[in-house]
Ligand binder design. Structure first.
Ligand code: IPM
Ligand code: MG
Length: 369
């Protein structure tokens, strides 16, 4: 038996509810196929601010660095609206990403057959959709300096954020996108705003240079970010892998989520560079937020977080067959008509968070029997 250490950070809002179901899935896998999962739970986000006055503590950052993978629920909520920027819930997530150097954020948007009618687009546009958005996660507007709000002294204030990218940041995330494309349909679309931003022009030039040097077997296209938003809702199946910066990736992945039926369906993996032993720091989280409007009711969709654990099996533990089992169990539960409120059609029976977890685990049992 090898032991893998998982740090669970449920966070705020629906985070603890969806993490509860993931814990059951982790327990189910633990001890099978020679791998035991050891879990530890800690605070991040608003709950951490309430307990410690910061959105994540130094100790938790150290635990995250020592873990084989981190699984996060969601952070934030109206309760912390007035809290200072530097310690608000989102700052905890941003610090985890930055301190662990998780520069590559993989956001797959896959439309499950059974949900093609839950999408806001027509079935024929989304049926069979399988795209991967690779979002740069530790640079750009989210972290650029200078930043802040200054008082101009004339009754006016100024808000500043800086979009800044260096060649190595662009090329390391583009490298991840090219590598992924080779295992998929071998196509990368690089997305920026080179028509108005120098950082976008550099982005394009650096991607082209890397492509020429190491990945010329992969088909590469370039698209302006506004056009990409439009193309995602016009004809999403034209894409295979999209690579883009931190801010555009944030927006485009929310757009892509609705193609799959619900924001409650999208998992993500945030990966760092492999060290010399091949060990990679990694954090897995759903793309959705803390959904304060439904928190505490036991009705949230746990699928995005369960699929995020599936990504951990695939990308951190090289357990592709087990990851496929998670994906197939979700697909089978959906095919049997299991629906949480966010993916149910009008009049359809809906399951609670816990019932959806149980339905997926029964499918795992059946598929592995
Ligand atoms: C996401 C979220 C985060 C982001 C927030 C919660 C800081 O929207 O992961 O997409 O903007 O990156
Ligand atoms: Mg977002």
């Amino acid at each position: 038996m090898t032991t893998k250490k998982l740090l669970l950070l449920p966070g705020d809002g629906i985070g603890p509810e969806v993490m509860g179901e993931v814990s059951r899935v982790i327990e189910w896998f633990s001890g099978r196929n020679g791998v035991e999962f050891e879990t530890e739970t800690d605070l991040v986000g608003g709950c951490c601010y309430d307990a410690h006055g910061v959105a994540v503590t130094d100790e938790t950052i150290e635990k995250a660095k020592a873990a084989d993978a981190v699984i996060l629920g969601a952070v934030g909520g109206p309760k912390w609206d007035g809290v200072d920027f530097s310690v608000r819930p989102e700052a905890g997530l941003l610090r985890l990403r930055k301190d662990l150097q998780l520069f590559a954020n993989l956001r797959p948007a896959i439309c499950f057959e059974a949900l093609a009618d839950a999408s806001s687009l027509k079935r024929e546009l989304v049926e069979g959709l399988d795209i991967m958005i690779v979002r740069e996660l530790t640079g750009g507007l989210y972290f650029g300096e200078p930043r802040g709000i200054t008082d101009l002294g004339n009754g006016q204030r100024r808000g500043i954020n800086t979009q800044v990218y260096d060649t190595f940041e662009i090329q390391r995330v583009a490298g991840v996108a090219f590598d992924l494309a080779r295992k998929r349909n071998n196509r990368v679309t690089s997305v920026e705003k080179r028509n108005v931003m120098e950082s976008g022009l550099l982005w394009q030039e650096d991607v082209i240079a890397l492509h020429k040097e190491k990945f010329s077997d992969v088909t590469l296209d370039h698209m302006l970010a506004d056009n990409c938003g439009m193309q995602l809702v016009r004809n999403p199946k034209q894409f295979d892998v999209i690579v883009t910066d931190n801010m555009f990736g944030d927006m485009l992945s929310d757009v892509a989520s609705m193609l799959t039926g619900s924001l409650g369906m999208l998992p993500s993996a945030s990966l760092g560079d492999a060290d010399k032993d091949g060990r990679r720091l990694a954090l897995y989280e759903p793309v959705h937020g803390s959904a304060p409007d439904i928190a505490g009711q036991g009705v949230a969709n746990p699928i995005a977080t369960i699929l995020s654990f599936g990504m951990a099996l695939r990308y951190s533990f090289d357990m592709g067959a087990e990851a496929d089992l998670v994906d197939n169990a979700v697909q089978a539960a959906l095919a049997e008509g299991c629906r949480t409120g966010d993916i149910a059609s009008e009049g359809e029976k809906t399951l609670s968070t816990h019932e959806m977890g149980s339905a997926i685990i029964s499918q795992m049992e059946a598929l592995s029997a």
